[in-house]
Design a protein around this ligand. Structure first.
Ligand code: CP3
Length: 390
């Protein structure tokens, strides 16, 4: 099957702030983007959703592209990255599981016991099952016209396993944790099988947004080419990392994330690609931050709001860049509070030094007013400048 992907003549990137921060540089101002920036708080998003189901949006490259561009267009000049419109649950779906959104995700046939693993394929043809993501990435890279880099993403194996075993979200994660304690080997099999699909999904997103032909054209203008390829970023979302005690997190959930980082880098290198910065958002895994900084293999660690910038920087040293971490509920507090809290956040991260990407500590929620969201972005622009002129 041939994908509708044109990797020649991709527009030149005009804003590389986030790429530089991800590599640990202290940038002149903090780059900013927001998890779920394409979402239900935007009237134009709701308008599209009136006519298309959630997965129809994910699976139709033109719609996914349009939704990705909506916040970039509306907040022109204020966002420093786009994130491809998709969902972490496309991976279990590609592995044959049924996913419904009504409106929270629900999986009517969850994996209940190790015998159920037989239902999951050992390998999948990622171009066939998830080619729509690559097409959406490619189209979006063209339509973005180099304004900002595009973030590709996937869910982390533990978070995906939790959905696959629980059959949806959960308050206690009783079933998913039962798996980890009762069937550690089967859990590892499940996590690895998911991780393999994640690797292919991330590599495919990078290749769809880069010049795959780099393999042959490397001899001339290598430096220029390498520069032109560094336009993307990858993020792995481990939204339920905080549900596990630190030792269990490190024993079971972290290894598949390490595996993903290693494999993605190895596969890109084998293709002659210089690689892209990678972010791990292990939400709330603050007790493991020091371990993540030295062992996870990611360039950036995402933070939720339950830690101060100073605490986080102290734990990670200067081994990684940080991303985060304003409370998503701050956006309901009015613009005076937004400005004051963003200033505190900026002061905290700037004082700690190193690369920093401003974001919320989790996704923006549906009732947020567009003007308050804008105020958040403007405040980051205002208060995160290093050495501002008096
Ligand atoms: O960040 C972006 O703008 C890109 C798009 C994106 C979505 N989901 C779109 C979406 C991303 C990066 C995700 C990741 C995702 N999906 C995560 C990890 C990040 C996190 O929030 O922890 C998780 C856990 C999911 C699973 C998921 N998808 C849930 C729990 C829900 C329902 C609850 C909710 O927050 O809406 C979804 C649906 C979903 N994914 C929506 C969007 C815009 C809303 C659905 C709708 O339009 O009706």
């Amino acid at each position: 099957m041939s994908l509708r992907v044109d990797t020649e003549n991709l527009p030149v990137l005009k804003n590389d702030l986030i790429i530089r921060a991800a590599r640990g540089e202290e940038t002149e101002r903090a780059p900013v983007w927001v998890m779920r920036q394409a979402g239900r708080y935007l009237p134009e998003f709701l308008e599209v959703r009136k006519h298309h189901s959630f997965f129809e949006c994910c699976k139709t490259p033109e719609i996914a592209c349009e939704l990705t561009l909506q916040p970039i267009r509306r907040f022109k000049g204020l966002l420093d990255a786009a994130i491809i419109f998709c969902d972490i649950l496309v991976v279990p779906e590609a592995m044959g599981m049924t996913i419904e959104m009504n409106p929270a995700p629900s999986l009517p046939n969850p994996i209940r016991t190790p015998e159920d693993l037989e239902r999951l394929p050992e390998r999948i043809d990622v171009n066939k099952k998830l080619g729509y993501v690559f097409e959406a990435v490619n189209l979006t890279r063209h339509k973005l016209n180099g304004e900002v880099p595009l973030i590709g993403f996937c869910g982390a194996p533990w978070t995906l396993m939790a959905y696959m075993v629980e059959g949806g979200g959960s308050k206690t994660y009783q079933k998913a944790k039962e798996w980890l304690y009762r069937w550690p080997e089967a859990s590892r099999t499940l996590l690895t099988r998911v991780a393999d699909v994640c690797v292919d999904l991330l590599v495919g997103q990078v290749l769809a947004g880069a010049q795959v032909s780099c393999r042959i054209s490397f001899c001339d203008g290598q430096a220029k080419l390498k520069k032109s390829l560094k336009k993307q970023l990858l993020q792995v979302f481990d939204s339920w990392a905080s549900e596990l005690p630190p030792a269990l997190y490190q024993e079971m959930a972290l290894p598949p994330c390490q595996y993903i980082a290693k494999q993605v880098r190895a596969k890109l290198q084998a293709l002659g690609h210089p690689g892209v910065p990678m972010t791990l958002f292990a939400k709330g895994a603050n007790a493991s931050l020091d371990v993540l900084a030295s062992e996870a293999g990611y360039d950036v660690l995402g933070l939720d709001s339950s830690i101060t910038p100073a605490q986080a920087r102290k734990l990670v040293g200067h081994k990684v860049a940080l991303q985060g971490n304003a409370d998503p509920m701050l956006l309901y507090g009015g613009q005076d509070a937004i400005k004051a809290e963003v200033k505190k956040m900026c002061d905290g991260f700037l004082a700690g030094g190193g690369g920093w990407i401003a974001n919320l500590g989790h996704g923006v929620t549906p009732q947020v007013q567009v003007d308050d969201f804008r105020c958040f972005l403007e405040s980051v622009h205002k208060y995160s400048r290093r050495n501002p002129e008096k």
